[in-house]
Design a protein around this ligand. Structure first.
Ligand SMILES: [Zn+2]
Length: 59
């Protein structure tokens, strides 16, 4: 299981030159300081997935 919505979100929601999220502006014409909540969500999902992989490897 690789990719998924987290990868897509992280590739679009990047920090712009003005410090705002590019993805939020493109998708919703909304100015959101980076990191926006979608980046938070995606990174926490990825962190959980890697912890799960680690625990499975130990067992
Ligand atoms: Zn965003």
């Amino acid at each position: 299981m690789s990719g998924g919505p987290e990868r897509m979100i992280l590739s679009i929601h990047v920090q712009g030159l003005d410090g705002m999220c590019v993805g939020c502006r493109v998708w919703w014409s909304r100015l959101t300081p980076y990191p926006c909540w979608q980046v938070d969500w995606a990174t926490s999902r990825q962190a959980r997935a890697s912890v799960a992989r680690f625990l499975e490897g130990v067992r």
